[in-house]
Each structure stands twice: as C-alpha cells, then as structure tokens.
Design a protein around this ligand. Structure first.
Ligand code: BGC
Length: 380
C-alpha cells in the first residue's frame, strides 16, 4: 500500500492548519426523493437504518444504542440491526432497511468490500449512505464516512511503545510480538501502518526482536499477522502458540503491539496462562490496545495492559446523528477531510475525529470524569 492515503491536513485560507473535532469544510448536499429539491429545507423525520457488525464487542453496543437514542431525540424512527459478524446477514438487514423505506443508511460494515451490490439498490432508491467507523470499498454509492483518525490510532500505539521503551534513545534490544486486526476490516491496515511507520526501523536495526518471525516485511504485508474477525479467543490462541514455540527457553516477551482491546484481552489471557506477573517486580510486557472496553480498563488498573487508544463513541454518534439530520433536511453536511479515504472508486468525504491515549493513571480523570464510565463500573 502506498502512503498516498496518509492524512493530508486541511489548509484553511489564512494558512492556518486545522484538524479538530470541529468541521473545517463542508459539502453541499442535494438530496433526491428523500430530501429537498432546489435547496429548500425539508422536515426531519422518517426511518434511519443503522447496521452494526456484532453485539459481541462492547463498543458496537455502545455505538448503536447511543446513535439510536440521538436520532430518536431528533424525531427519527430507527432500525438498529446487529449481524453477528456475518456478511450475508448484514446484507439481508440492509435490504430490509431499503424495503422499509429508510432515508439514510448508517453502516459499520463487516467486510468493507462486500456491500457494492446492495448499495447499488440503495442508490437507485435515492437512499444516502454514511459509512460508520469503517470505510465501505469499491462502490460509488457511499456518500460520506465518519470515523476516528485510524492511522493516528496506530501512530499513538507505536509512539507509546517507542517512548516507553526508550527506543529513540537507543535502548534495547527487546523481545517484541506484533499483532494486526481483521484482514477484512479496512481500518486494520491503517492501524497497522500507523504503528509500523514508527516501529519498523527498530525491528530492522535489531532493537525490537521478533522471535516468532511474525514481523511483516512491509506495511502491505500486514494481513500475514491479522486476526480474522478480531476475536479475543483467536488472539489468545495465537499468543499461546508464539509463547509455547518461541519462548519455551526461559526468555520473555517484553512488548506486544495489539491494535485493539479485544485482541489485547486474549493476549493478556495467554500471558496469564504462561505465568507472567503484573505489578512491581513482575515481568508483564508492555501491551497496547484501543477502545477503552471495560474489561481492558480493568486490566489497565490491574497492570495487565499499558494503555488504550480511546475513541469516544459518543462523539462519533453525535457527529453522525448531525450528518444524518443535515442530509435529510438538505443542509450542508459536515466533513473535514476529502483526501485521505479513497475507497477504490472515489475519495469519500470524511468527518474525521481525534483519538486519544489513555494511561492507567488517567482512567479516573479521562474516562470517569467525562462520564464514559462511572466510578462504580470500574470498582473505583
Ligand atoms: C474499530 C475498532 C474495533 C475493531 C473491532 C475496528 O473497525 O475501528 O474500534 O476495535 O473494529 O471491532
């Protein structure tokens, strides 16, 4: 993969560089049968289809229920569906939403390359589509994308490893095991590239030693270490295999790149099973994550995960509910990046939000004080 997609900052007229939660440009939307003709404003209301991948991961439950609540507050009806990570099931759910007369579809895809035919049907009925969190590829019929900066998620993970281990100061070598996300998830390559652009030089110069040999040769090769479906159990199996095969001589793994929390959870289970100990004097490795799932935040508090990259799903829901309303009422739709996300057919206008590192000692000040968790959720 070339780095042509790498984030291009929007340069405003005064020469000010802006990339923030606030939109810095927007698109004129001219809805068809569902919206207004001739630029007049239309009434909010009608059915909005929300297609989520699975209930098995905590974040999608939060995403779905928050978005549904916001849209209802704005006067919309909703059809919120979860597809058990099954592509065919998701396609059927989207077909049903089209048949029920949805005005807008908000889709967090399972396989971003599998929806072109059903989205052609949506487009022919004048339905607008927002890709939610994950881009939908190889189709002209995705109108907008709303997500956190996926490349930056990986960069933050890579930089955390770099600074925690003192790699830039020449420290090392450390035994390192990298993982990547699901090969069918368009985000996973961004997560990996962001991290690998920071870390690969240390692998090349021997400061990070991948005893399993599972170090992709280039960013493009990331699928070779991808965990299909993002399953914790599969990550645990993979980590157990690596520990049993390559660390059975008394050597210890000292750092693990995990692209998200579901994988980090499985990796932590494997470490636990192999007798690694957290806390002072322990040998628990540096372990990254993403999402601030509750089980992982508890692991952070217990010294079993070093950080998470938090994407406040409430902010994404807020942004998407606003975009839906703008589409339906014929207003300008908020986007702030029209360069970075090419889906193989076109650059999809994107509303990009900023992810944030959370460290164990910031759980209270960031996750609890913002109301993402209550103190009692976390036993604090
Ligand atoms: C999301 C992550 C999530 C992963 C697994 C990705 O597309 O961006 O937040 O951890 O899917 O569900």
């Amino acid at each position: 993969m070339s780095l042509g997609w790498k984030k291009v900052l929007t340069v405003a007229t005064a020469g000010v560089i802006a990339l923030s939660l606030t939109a810095c440009s927007s698109e004129r939307e001219t809805p068809g049968s569902n919206g207004t003709e001739g630029g007049q404003s239309a009434e909010a209301g009608g059915l909005i289809g929300i297609a989520m991948p699975t209930k098995s991961l905590e974040r999608w439950n939060r995403d779905g229920s928050h978005l549904e609540e916001l849209l209802k507050e704005k006067g919309y009806e909703t059809s919120l569906q979860y597809a058990d990570n099954k592509v065919d099931q998701q396609i059927t759910q989207i077909e049903n939403m089209i048949n029920q007369g949805a005005k807008v579809l908000v889709i967090a895809s399972i396989d971003g390359t599998a929806l072109a035919p059903v989205l052609e049907t949506a487009a022919s009925s004048g339905i607008k589509v927002i890709a939610y969190d994950r881009l939908i590829n190889d189709t002209p019929n995705v109108d907008y994308y709303a997500t956190f900066d996926n490349y930056k998620v990986g960069t933050l993970q890579g930089q955390f490893i770099e600074s925690t281990l003192g790699l830039a100061d020449g420290k090392g070598p450390y035994n390192f095991e990298p993982f990547a996300g699901s090969p069918d998830d368009n985000n996973a390559k961004f997560f990996f590239s962001g991290a690998w652009d920071v870390l690969s030089k240390y692998v090349t110069d021997g400061k990070l030693v991948v005893k399993s040999g599972k170090a992709p040769k280039s960013n493009d090769d990331w699928k070779s270490i991808g965990i299909l479906g993002w399953g914790s159990d599969d990550a645990q199996d993979e980590m157990e295999n690596r520990l049993n095969s390559f660390y059975n001589d008394g050597t210890k793994v000292q750092v693990v790149l995990s692209p998200n929390d579901s994988l980090a959870l499985g990796i932590a289970q494997a470490l636990e099973g192999a007798g690694y100990k957290a806390g002072d004097g322990g040998d628990w490795p540096v372990l990254t994550g993403q999402d601030a799932d509750k089980a992982n935040v508890l692991n952070m508090l217990a010294g079993k995960q070093s950080m998470t990259v938090w994407k406040d799903t409430r902010a994404l829901g807020d942004a998407v509910a606003e975009m839906v309303d703008q589409i339906v009422t014929g207003k300008d739709v908020t986007v702030n990046d029209t360069e970075s996300y090419n889906n193989g057919n076109k650059n999809v206008p994107t509303n990009l939000l900023d992810p944030q590192v959370v460290l164990p000692d910031q759980v209270q000040s960031v996750l609890v004080d913002s109301g993402f968790y209550t103190a009692s959720d976390l036993g604090l």
